[in-house]
Design a protein around this ligand. Structure first.
Ligand code: GTP
Ligand code: MN
Ligand code: MN
Ligand code: MN
Ligand code: MN
Length: 210
């Protein structure tokens, strides 16, 4: 799998990639819970700090539990994963759900946690840079801001001269569930990073200054 290829480790948790969403619902998953999260991003060719050229701006959130993750949440009874994303966007990001439509074609990957009997559906939504700026500015008005959500962040998508600061340093934070794997998946799927660039970032170590 992708995770094996990249040598990603999720201590104590095993997430397996569900290859084809159409295999759902199968017997194996008939009692499973579902969660759905979404990466909002905008293509962006503005330099950061006049030196770095990330290809995109990507939003994540700092959660109440101290981990980074994507907006989204548990799929409730009677909802599709797409509807759950739209509802959670309203709760967590203050985006009115009728302004945030997610479609089956926005789906990127689904993982399964045997441990929790939980299917984790992951979507991406490309928006204009102006819309992303607007989402950032109004996120503090979400109902759950200051409760479930402690902040909205942009991922530093560049690597600085020491080979660690920037994206590799960001990847060393704590991430909820398999959200780090979801991020890496999406970066490759949206052709923002190559597999090799991801591997380099995962392997980077901070320089120890003596
Ligand atoms: P509650 O209503 O308080 O349950 O919160 P919620 O509905 O917003 O759910 P939450 O976003 O915490 O996600 C539910 C489950 O998915 C939890 O088991 C988390 O471990 C997991 N989870 C949370 N965020 C992410 C994420 O970005 N990616 C993945 N893969 N899992 C996540
Ligand atoms: Mn929520
Ligand atoms: Mn949530
Ligand atoms: Mn919820
Ligand atoms: Mn909740």
């Amino acid at each position: 799998s992708f995770e094996d290829e990249l040598g990603l480790e999720c201590p104590g948790k095993i997430y397996t990639q569900v290859m084809d969403l159409k295999q759902l619902p199968s017997d194996k998953f008939k009692n499973s819970s579902h969660a759905a999260h979404c990466m909002i991003y905008a293509l962006n060719n503005r330099p950061v700090l006049k030196a770095y050229m990330p290809k995109a701006s990507i939003l994540m959130q700092l959660r109440f539990d101290g981990h980074f993750g994507f907006p989204g949440g548990v799929v409730e009874k009677g909802e599709t994963p797409e509807e759950a994303v739209a509802r959670e966007m309203e709760e967590e990001m203050g985006i009115l759900r009728h302004n945030f439509r997610i479609f089956p074609e926005d789906h990127v990957v689904t993982h399964y946690s045997e441990d929790k009997d939980l299917l984790l559906h992951f979507f991406t939504k490309e928006v204009s840079l102006n819309r992303l700026l607007n989402i950032e500015a109004t996120a503090v008005k979400g109902d759950y801001y200051g409760e479930e959500v402690m902040g909205i962040v942009r991922i530093p998508l560049y690597t600085m001269a020491d080979g660690f600061r920037g994206f590799p340093a960001f990847l060393n934070h704590g991430f909820i569930g398999n959200s780090k794997e979801q991020l890496l998946h999406a970066l490759i799927a949206k052709q923002l990073f190559t597999q090799e660039e991801i591997q380099t970032a995962l392997a980077a170590k901070p320089k120890i200054i003596t």
